[in-house]
Design a protein around this ligand. Structure first.
Ligand SMILES: [Zn+2]
Length: 294
């Protein structure tokens, strides 16, 4: 199969998938339940989510393994099943993707802070090495390290995936917008800081996910492009800004509105576009249609 980078080099704009977390909750996952355990206990539901994004026209689909690091799984007493749960996640998405579409093995942050001494760099490296190897073993052809706010942790995860698998490695961080329209992660990292550190760590594709709707992602892409004119950029935007309804966070932006920002996002320099919280197969379908008309 052609690599993601090769397709991007041919000037193709690729479509990624939409939300997993909010989708799993819609399918009945309860607060406090381990999402990754569903790879074994509710495999049909996990497969259906992956398949619905492929059917919507996505070129790639993630895996149900965002919280699948040994550190996160330990919160459920499931740390000894780390390899099994991640491998199963990749197998389910591979089954949905077939031989032609890509599987991005999802890796989320550990939740531990290096600066506070909660975890060491070496421990984190081993944790991310184990998770990326299990995802590769299950059939992932890329690893996506996503929703990171600490650059040091993102660099360690990128290196662990790059050095221990033959997968392409994508790393995206989550930025908030300051009142003067600049972007910073919760830990104070700018898009330009991210570019420099992740490119030297070996990331093949970088970008942003979560935290913003498609509209604000345009500014982030511009900041990345100012810092680096050639690194491929992937964007996974939420379905608009979160609203709070009856104590729940909901994302209400319609597929049509999300898709309306796509031309400007591509103009700014994005190469691969998909969704994060609140996006559905309908959003992905609309993004696909929009890109096909450009
Ligand atoms: Zn999100």
């Amino acid at each position: 199969m052609q690599k993601i980078l090769e397709k991007i080099k041919e000037n193709k704009i690729l479509v990624s998938d939409g939300a997993w977390g909010t989708f799993l909750h819609k399918k009945g996952l309860k607060a406090g339940e381990c999402p990754e355990l569903w790879n074994i206990e509710q495999p049909d539901v996990v497969y259906e989510i992956a398949k619905s994004y492929i059917d919507a026209g996505a070129d790639m689909v993630e895996t149900n393994s965002f919280g699948g690091s040994r550190i996160k799984l330990a919160g459920y007493g499931l740390e000894n099943r780390t390899f099994e749960l991640n491998k199963a996640a990749a197998q389910l998405s591979r089954k949905a993707a077939g031989a032609e579409k890509h599987v991005l093995g999802s890796i989320g942050p550990s939740g531990k802070i290096i600066m506070m001494g909660e975890v060491t760099e070496d421990e984190l490296y081993e944790v991310y090495k184990e998770q990326s190897m299990a995802l590769a073993e299950g059939g992932a052809d890329a690893i996506i390290i996503e929703t990171f706010t600490d650059l040091q942790e993102a660099v360690i995860a990128t290196k662990a995936a790059k050095e221990n698998t033959s997968c392409e490695v994508i790393c995206t961080m989550t930025f908030d917008k300051s009142p003067d329209d600049k972007f910073f992660t919760m830990m104070g990292v700018t898009p330009a800081d991210m570019v420099e550190a992740l490119v030297s760590a070996g990331a093949d594709i970088i970008g942003a996910n979560c935290g913003n709707g498609m509209e604000d992602m345009i500014g982030i892409v511009k900041e990345i492009r100012e810092a680096n004119s050639s690194i491929p950029i992937l964007i996974h935007a939420n379905a608009g800004v979160p609203e709070y309804v009856d104590g729940n966070t909901v994302f209400k932006e319609s597929p049509k509105v999300t898709a309306s920002f796509i031309p400007a996002l591509i103009e700014a320099g994005a190469n691969t576009i998909g969704g994060c919280c609140g996006t559905t197969p309908e959003h992905i379908k609309k993004i696909r249609e929009t890109i096909n008309t450009l």
